[in-house]
Design a protein around this ligand. Structure first.
Ligand SMILES: NC(=O)c1ccc[n+]([C@@H]2O[C@H](COP(=O)([O-])OP(=O)(O)OC[C@H]3O[C@@H](n4cnc5c(N)ncnc54)[C@H](O)[C@@H]3O)[C@@H](O)[C@H]2O)c1
Length: 439
């Protein structure tokens, strides 16, 4: 089938990056981009910067870099701002996060120091473990949302920005009932904001403000944020691309790499026990059972969708899947994640796999933020609106259209991402059929 090239607006001018939450992930991302711009570091882990894409037949040897294939914003055109409940500037927050060493941070200190957190929309009801003073006040949640819009407009004016993208890098909020009537449609949601309804969490206020300003939004945490009909309706109405939820890093990244392999060989699974120790602020927030519940739901869904127990009851109908997160301060951001996987093969014989991942969460998350910023900006310039399922690759709980289950297999997700780029450029989609080589 001939595919017509999409009309993609050129990425001219500056691209503003709006980050609610200036913690470990945000500061590692910003410091990293500054270091890469200065030629001190390499963008390892980033598909937009390192990735290539095969075009046409294997005999054609056409394998450009993704960033040369589709028009993406340049790293030099990114300008950052953020909100946080603490007043430390981005340099101080990065030092406190303890992810990057001081020698590296000192080389980008001038660029980081000028990024000072704007006053946050925050309420301890939604993140029990934190308290800070750098917080907005208003008569209602609607009033808070209007203040965020003013922050955004001022940032745009100050830096003469052409376009913007927002990525939620704030703490995980408590679990909220996704079926609350306030989420049913846009009118109900706006009314609830004006009435200060408890169903409206801070992350939703930022998201609404971004979408109202026509700015793409991605949610890096597992809280609802834009994952309900009212916000999806709003994004479509405003012509804004959205994505989420929860950056796919660490243990879940490993799970979505391994589980498709076990399934591909029809090896059965009786149990998967995952436990983590981590000592950063995220770990502290997740020590609260209500925030952990939000995370747990996000982490548990992965295996069910990859292994399809309803299709393979003999192999996957009786899995014991447990995920634990333990706050352990000595480790800081350097998490340790253990997985014990009980599998069975031919004639039901049992085997075990043990994984001990000495991982650095924010090092895995930072390139995801970069890719989401650049791809969401691309989506906006292609006039794509609403849920961007092709960005599922980056999330633990990908948003999908109603009545479609999420695709968690990382290899299918990558194929979907690259085929979307081929589609946008009018290139033939790759099916891996390959019969033509043997005619
Ligand atoms: N690090 C990872 O690999 C990873 C992976 C998946 C998801 N996440 C999620 O990304 C988010 C950020 O992770 P992190 O490690 O940077 O955590 P962090 O605790 O270091 O940073 C979060 C920051 O958000 C701020 N914050 C909280 N509520 C806010 C609000 N309403 N407005 C503005 N700021 C607010 C906090 O003060 C904190 O500085 C968390 O929700 C985490 O669960 C992280």
């Amino acid at each position: 089938m001939e595919q017509k090239e999409t009309n993609i607006a050129e990425p001219k001018g500056k691209l503003g990056v709006l980050l609610p939450g200036l913690g470990a992930v945000s500061t590692t991302f910003i410091a990293g981009v500054e270091a890469i711009r200065k030629g001190i570091s390499e963008p390892f882990g980033s598909v937009t910067q390192m990735g290539t894409i095969r075009l046409g037949k294997r005999t054609e040897n056409r394998v450009p870099k993704i960033k040369d294939f589709v028009p993406l914003a340049e790293l030099d055109d990114l300008v950052f701002t953020g909100w946080d409940i603490y007043t430390e500037n981005c340099y101080e927050a990065a030092v406190n996060a303890g992810v990057l060493d001081k020698t590296l941070l000192d080389q980008v200190k001038p660029e980081l120091e000028v990024i000072r957190p704007l006053e946050a929309v925050f309420d301890q009801k939604y993140v029990k473990k934190l308290a800070g003073k750098n917080v907005k006040t208003a008569d209602s949640k609607w009033g808070l949302m209007e203040q965020v819009r003013e922050d955004i407009q001022q940032f745009k004016r100050e830096h003469n920005l052409d376009r913007m993208v927002m990525v939620w890098c704030g703490s995980t909020e408590v679990f909220m009932d996704p079926n609350d009537p306030a989420y049913n449609d846009l009118a109900a949601f706006e009314k609830a904001m004006k009435e200060d309804h408890p169903a409206i969490a801070p992350s939703m206020i930022y998201a609404y403000a971004a979408i109202a300003e026509g700015i793409p939004y991605a949610n890096g945490a597992p809280n609802l944020s834009v994952d309900f009909p009212a916000m999806i309706e709003f994004a479509k109405k405003q012509g804004v691309p959205i994505g989420g939820k929860d950056f796919k890093t660490g243990q879940t990244l490993m799970k979505t790499i391994l589980a498709p392999g076990l399934k591909a060989r029809y090896l059965g699974l009786s149990g998967w026990f995952s436990t983590n120790i981590l000592g950063n602020r995220d770990g502290e927030v997740l020590d609260d059972p209500e925030s952990f519940k939000t995370k747990e739901v996000s982490k548990l869904g992965v295996l069910k969708y990859i292994l399809q127990p309803e299709v393979y009851p003999e192999l996957y109908g009786n899995i014991y899947h447990k995920v634990r997160i333990n706050y352990y301060p000595p480790r800081g951001d350097n998490k340790e994640g253990w997985d014990n996987i009980d599998i069975f093969g031919w004639l039901g014989y049992h085997m075990q796999i043990k994984i001990d991942f000495l991982c650095r969460d924010s090092i895995l998350a930072a390139p995801i933020v970069l890719d989401l910023v650049l791809f969401l900006d691309l989506a906006a310039r292609c006039d794509m609106k609403g849920i961007q399922e092709w960005l599922s690759f980056y999330f633990k709980s990908p948003l999908t259209a109603e009545n479609v289950y999420p695709e968690h297999d990382i290899f299918i997700q990558l194929m979907k991402l690259k085929n979307t780029l081929r589609y946008l450029k009018g290139e033939e989609l790759i099916t891996h059929l390959g019969l033509e080589y043997y005619d």
